[in-house]
Write a protein that binds this ligand. Structure first.
Ligand SMILES: [Zn+2]
Length: 526
């Protein structure tokens, strides 16, 4: 068994990085957004009553706030308020919404976020009540699925994928109430794997194994499965593989990731909303999961291509989808024959704004990895300003950077055990060789990393050259460092702009964002 710290979706209490407007504007904006009145618990439970997705709204918000609480106490009151209001909203079986004779896949999916959120709250506060509520939902809502998943209908091309940005139950088939968010049943794995990590009930493992069979049964591309549901499942299966050492689960996660790379990835490393639907829109919820999946596969396999993908998703997919107000919204699907990146829906308040917060948290807390206690080893995969502490508290250091806007990363060791240095392995982005980095201490280089010692009270500065370049792989795209560059069609704008620059625009500008991301006649060179 591995510790929870190694799970891709549950990196928890690894450290308590500093958050603040000056040091991390994206995280601060997300906190500010989720504390606005439309996410007040009174409003959330008002929306919950009669919701098409029982459990979903409070579940996502509890999960987001429990994650953000690792950075800031500002969210704790809201979080406690939500947890306090929850019991009165539960039905006699301990879950939200109606008690159906059939399996309502939207109700099941919504409760996966709630179970995951309650267990995250329990890990944060040790509140036994949130854990008890989570396991009751698993017992009364999820475990009855055992023996029934084989009957989940194969969804067909006309499987309701004309749905709106938020799915609806649009058909009844056998024992199933089916959603236009096809295969959203897969999201249940989020809650079931969180429950498996938290307990030892063998029935939970049986259910996960039945989900693995279902994931391998259908061709998700021809069935036009929803990307977010598929990627949440893949990432949960990867967590299960890490927990159990199951090669079969790891292979399923890798296969689903390749399916995304081949059939669901846009030119700015965002996601289609459904496989086989380039006429749909992108979804930050799915990008959070492709990011976590790529990063988790990097951890599990050591294949650096996954790390490179995770960087691209974070900066050009998620980085573009976060709006100036801190929320997350939907954009056009960019492809070689659809080169215009435009805002489709400024903000998806009902899902992506909440799930996007988890992408921000994970890119920071999960961007650094300590070796086993006592080894004094630290891997740095992603670059963000934060205070970093190892789980024992023996090592504490600061990372300061404005990456990806520039390539300087400053590391300061504020505490090391008995004055011994920390061995830092700093992973190098793919567009530069390790020898092209500048560093003001002695370092050894390998294929894709540099290694150096960080002594107590000492500062080391690493500078990554943010090289401008073009990539040609069926189309031509321009980059500055990791940032994909774009060109809008206003005559006043002749310079190329990073796609993640939308975050620093005004809301009015972001709402009508429109820029070309592949080279065309007249496209300025970087
Ligand atoms: Zn979403």
């Amino acid at each position: 068994m591995h510790s929870l710290d190694t799970l891709s979706g549950m990196t928890f209490l690894l450290g308590r990085p500093v958050v603040g407007g000056a040091t991390d504007p994206r995280l601060s904006a997300s906190v500010t957004r989720l504390l606005r009145p439309d996410y007040h618990p009174d409003r959330v439970f008002e929306m919950e009553s009669g919701s098409d997705w029982p459990g979903d709204y409070p579940g996502r918000l509890i999960l987001a706030l429990a994650n953000l609480a690792q950075f800031t106490d500002a969210v704790l009151n809201r979080l406690a308020h939500l947890i306090t209001m929850l019991p009165a909203a539960l039905n006699e079986r301990g879950y939200l919404g109606p008690i159906h004779r059939e399996f309502d896949e939207q109700q099941l999916a919504g409760h996966a976020w709630l179970v995951s959120g309650l267990l995250a709250h329990h890990r944060l506060t040790r509140d036994p009540e949130s854990r008890r509520m989570a396991h009751r939902i698993i017992e009364s809502l999820f475990l009855p699925l055992i023996g029934n998943l084989a009957d989940y209908p194969v969804r067909s091309d006309d499987g309701g994928s004309d749905g709106a940005a938020s799915g609806v139950i649009d058909r009844r088939q056998g024992d199933w109430l089916l959603s236009s968010d096809t295969y959203c049943i897969f999201i249940v794995l989020e809650g079931v794997v969180a429950g498996f990590a938290d307990g030892s009930d063998p029935r939970v493992r049986t259910l996960i194994d039945e989900f693995l069979v279902l994931l391998d049964r259908d061709d998700l591309v021809s069935c036009r499965a929803q990307l977010h549901a598929s990627m949440t499942a893949a990432r949960s299966v990867l967590d299960y593989a890490v927990l159990t050492g199951s090669d079969a689960a790891l292979n399923t996660a890798r296969r689903l990731y390749q399916t995304y790379r081949r059939n669901g990835r846009t030119l700015n490393d965002a996601t289609f909303n459904w496989f086989g639907r380039p006429d749909s829109w992108t979804e930050p919820c799915a990008m959070v999961d492709t990011f976590l999946l790529a990063r988790g596969l990097w951890w599990a396999t050591g294949n650096v291509e996954y790390l490179d993908d995770a960087h691209r998703i974070e900066i050009n997919g998620l980085g573009h989808s976060q709006r100036p107000n801190g929320g997350f919204g939907l954009d056009s699907v960019t492809l070689p024959d659809q080169p215009w990146l435009t805002t489709a829906e400024y903000e998806a308040t009902w899902c992506c704004t909440m799930r996007g917060a988890i992408g921000l948290v994970e890119a920071r807390i999960g961007g650094v990895r300590f070796g086993p206690v006592g080894t004094n080893r630290l891997n740095i995969d992603f670059f963000h300003s934060m205070q970093i502490q190892d789980p024992s508290g023996a090592v504490e250091l600061l990372m300061a950077t404005d990456y990806p806007n520039n390539g300087t990363v400053v590391l300061t060791a504020t505490r090391t055990p008995e004055g011994r240095p920390v061995q830092v392995e700093f992973h190098v982005p793919p567009w530069v060789g390790p020898e092209q980095l500048s560093i003001d201490t002695i370092a050894s280089t390998s294929h894709r990393s540099i290694t150096f010692e960080l002594f107590e009270k000492r500062v080391v500065t690493v500078t990554i050259p943010m090289l401008e370049r073009r990539e040609t792989d069926g189309t031509v795209r321009s980059f500055r460092g990791p940032q994909l560059l774009c060109s809008d069609d206003r005559p006043s704008r002749t310079a190329l702009l990073p796609v993640d620059d939308i975050f620093s625009q005004t809301e009015a500008e972001a709402k009508k964002f429109r820029a070309r991301i592949t080279a065309a006649p007249g496209f300025p060179k970087p």
